[in-house]
Design a binder for this molecule. Sequence first.
Ligand SMILES: NC(=O)c1ccc[n+]([C@@H]2O[C@H](COP(=O)([O-])OP(=O)(O)OC[C@H]3O[C@@H](n4cnc5c(N)ncnc54)[C@H](O)[C@@H]3O)[C@@H](O)[C@H]2O)c1
Length: 355
Amino acid sequence: MQHKIGYIGFGGMASGYHCGTALREDVPFTPVAAYDINPDSRARAVERGLEAYDNLDEFLASRTFDFVLVATPNQFHCPMVCRALEAGYDVMCEKPVAMTSAEVELMISTAEKCGRLFTVHHNRRWDRDFMIAKQSIENGDIGKPFMIENRVHSADGAGTMNGWRAFPDHGGGMLVDWGVHMLDQVLYLIQEPVKTVSATVRPLNSEEVDDYSKIIITFESGLVAQVEVTTYSPITLPKWIAYGDRGALIVPDFSGNNAKVRRIKKGRFTHGEALGYTETEVIRRPQRNYRIEEWEEFPLPHSEIPQDWASLYKNVGAALDGKEELIVKPAQVLRCFKVIEAAVKSSKEGVTVKF
Ligand SMILES: NC(=O)c1ccc[n+]([C@@H]2O[C@H](COP(=O)([O-])OP(=O)(O)OC[C@H]3O[C@@H](n4cnc5c(N)ncnc54)[C@H](O)[C@@H]3O)[C@@H](O)[C@H]2O)c1
């Protein structure tokens, strides 16, 4: 079934990516209306053939659409999502979902109370680099993983927070802007319970918000994940590295090109004796060493893994029609936000936060 979209906030993302995607023939959505407080954004909506509103009540009362996409600056996400849900619409919100986990909980409970679908635009679950890493890890290419690293690591300076993203009261900062995508990927990949979060979240060149963060998450099994976000790194590290008990994988950058696995082909334990000491004597203790003797290297599939963010829209459309389970689930979004809050607390207080 074709769903009709009303946009709350018709700035860069809504008027560009979201509207363009909904105009695709293979996407079961049609752009219909937009509410925005900025006359320029409303003019852009009219140019694209949408009905433009400067009044939220009138927009919500119009009933010319059945689905709302919220793409305002972050501090309006929660109130706008709740207003739309309460008005009887199914809603998708842009990331980061909210300003606090309490707001996320309110959005989820409002959706439940109103019996409406609520999801978040975590389009980067369909990034090629992520899908390559996820598929390889899930295939068992590296055995049981013990360390997974995911980075935004570039020297383009694009992470200098500007516009409303430079102000804390608008929900700005690199951690929630880019970091939330990387964390969402890692937490979607590793679905086991989080045990601890330890982080540095700090400004480098932005005045009021962070633009560098490194977050280390330990999971129940002992698996460790690291997310690092900076655009001030003249020496760049790979987008993904993962280590397992049978090998390691690398995905160098967002393109997914040249991704590969090195898998242990032959390894050997050697057994011997080592000297140990008590307070008064030298003793001999058995000791075991492991040596990797041979590995094999193979490329990871690339072109067979298509990157198409519209897959998210297709899933939401199918979920609205009762044909598929929603992929970006509210509970996952809440967990991600709680990790963000734990990271900020860890950094501020200089502690490891138990989850
Ligand atoms: N998923 C992604 O890849 C991705 C990429 C870019 C932006 N985003 C997210 O999309 C959202 C919007 O970002 P953007 O880059 O389009 O920002 P933007 O500044 O270009 O657009 C925001 C729009 O919201 C309007 N607005 C502001 N306050 C409003 C209010 N109270 N009521 C109605 N309209 C209001 C503004 O007039 C503007 O038109 C943000 O949450 C951002 O994090 C997501």
